[in-house]
Design a protein around this ligand. Structure first.
Ligand code: FAD
Ligand code: UDP
Length: 370
């Protein structure tokens, strides 16, 4: 009999397994249907010996001291500030849109003050900013929206930005200075030995047993446990009884080239051309030296593993109905990007898992022995 069954060995499940085993001294069976731990943050060495991310580029960034302190128990960090270029009108331009983006796109020499005026003259008045389109046209105007956002978003999500909630494009800021970093957070670093190494250290506890290639459905009636944490898709947990929640998927094409460097930065976005959204070159993220280089192309699709909840009002409404079912399940906690249907970054999932642990501590006396 395990004290806890934890379904999913990504950030949500692994943080909770670590906390429960180390702080409550209770036994945990951690399962994942994949053949590895780490969830979507999993990284590994490919045939060329290059550290790659199997599920696309994962860059760690946060403003939360408590999350940095927590994860720093399991990894050292390598400084890395993410910079992205966007292939627009035949040029590679910095995204988020900033002073250099506009000056290089239009061959101008605007100052930050002049760029403010430039945006002011182009932005559209939107009564209530509701959609992913509204956010961009009300900030930089329609032309830049069409060039940098519309095509990318249609590829990525399979619907027009006008049908997605504002939170999607609000993730990408607009700047009038020359700051070309993708994220504005105070802490931007990569785990020095990679994500998988960090997860291994987190889960290195005799109270945690790990079973891979094991689906919850196969074992739920066979293995006894007291309580459960579930981090898979919430609609699947309830056998899709209220209908399917849409999750967007990606098909990853990995390639290794016989050259030292393929592109000038880790990620290049393709909002206007190609069927893929972006190309990632991992050596920029890790600082690894090699005469070869490895890349990942991302092709968005509806079929395949669930990666992204799709932020739209109607999906949120359906999620709320599942959330009500979840609230009625005693001794089951739903945590993470798939189980709470939130477009969360890694640090937010760690924060959510730590907050869940605090609630567990408040509501349940620990039963384990030191
Ligand atoms: P997951 O990592 O999805 O883990 C859930 C696990 O549960 C999976 O391993 C799955 O196999 C398992 N599972 C599900 N159902 C079952 C079942 N029935 N039985 C057994 N196992 C099951 N965040 C950032 O902060 N920075 C980034 O740069 C970044 N880039 C990203 C790029 C891509 C392409 C994607 C898809 C996401 C990115 N993210 C990024 C987000 C990040 O991946 C997530 O925030 C984080 O991994 C979510 O952790 P999780 O534990 O909630 O879910
Ligand atoms: N986006 C875009 N063009 C870009 C970058 C982002 O249209 O060059 C939009 C797109 O809808 C994307 C969203 O902004 O899904 C959020 O971007 P982010 O880079 O945060 O996506 P993620 O890394 O989570 O896939």
């Amino acid at each position: 009999m395990f004290d806890w069954l934890i379904v999913g060995a990504g950030f949500a499940g692994s943080v909770l397994a670590e906390r429960i085993a180390s702080q409550r001294h209770e036994s945990v069976l951690l399962i994942d249907r994949r053949n590895h731990i780490g969830g979507n943050a999993y990284d590994c060495y490919d045939e060329a010996g290059i550290l790659v991310h199997r599920y696309g580029p994962h860059i760690f960034h946060t403003n939360a001291r408590s999350i940095i302190d927590y994860l720093s128990q399991f990894t050292e960090w390598r400084p890395y500030e993410h910079r992205v270029l966007s292939s627009v009108d035949g040029k590679l331009l910095p995204i988020p849109i900033n002073l250099d983006t506009i000056n290089r796109l239009y061959d101008l020499e605007l100052t930050p003050e002049q760029l403010e005026e430039f945006f002011a003259s182009r932005r559209e008045t939107v009564e209530e900013v509701r959609t992913a389109e509204d956010v961009v046209v009300s900030t930089v105007g329609r032309e830049l929206y069409e060039k940098f956002f519309r095509g990318y978003t249609r590829k990525q999500w399979g619907v027009d930005p006008a049908q997605l909630s504002k939170s999607v494009t609000a993730r990408v800021p607009t700047r009038t200075n020359r700051d070309d970093r993708y994220f504005g957070d105070t802490f931007q670093n990569m785990p020095a030995g990679g994500y998988t190494r960090m997860f291994q250290r987190m889960l290195d506890n005799p109270r945690i047993k790990i079973m891979l290639q094991t689906d919850y459905r196969e074992i739920r009636d066979k293995i006894p446990f007291q309580r459960m944490i579930y981090t898979g898709p919430i609609d699947e947990y309830f056998d899709w009884s209220l209908g399917r929640l849409p999750y967007r998927s990606l098909r990853f094409e990995h390639a290794t080239l016989d050259c030292e460097q393929f592109q000038p930065v880790a990620v290049v976005n393709y909002p206007q051309t190609e069927n893929y959204t972006r190309i990632t070159e991992y050596k920029h993220l890790t600082g690894q030296q090699s005469p070869k280089t490895s890349l990942t192309y991302e092709f968005p699709t509806d079929i395949g593993d669930p990666y992204y909840p799709v932020p739209r009002a109607e999906n949120e409404a359906l999620y709320k109905r599942y959330e009500a079912l979840a609230a009625a399940c005693s001794d089951v906690w739903f945590v993470g990007r798939l189980a709470t249907y939130r477009y969360y970054n890694m640090d937010q999932v760690v924060g959510q898992a730590l907050a869940t642990f605090a609630r567990i501590q408040q509501s349940l006396p620990a039963t384990g022995t030191v």
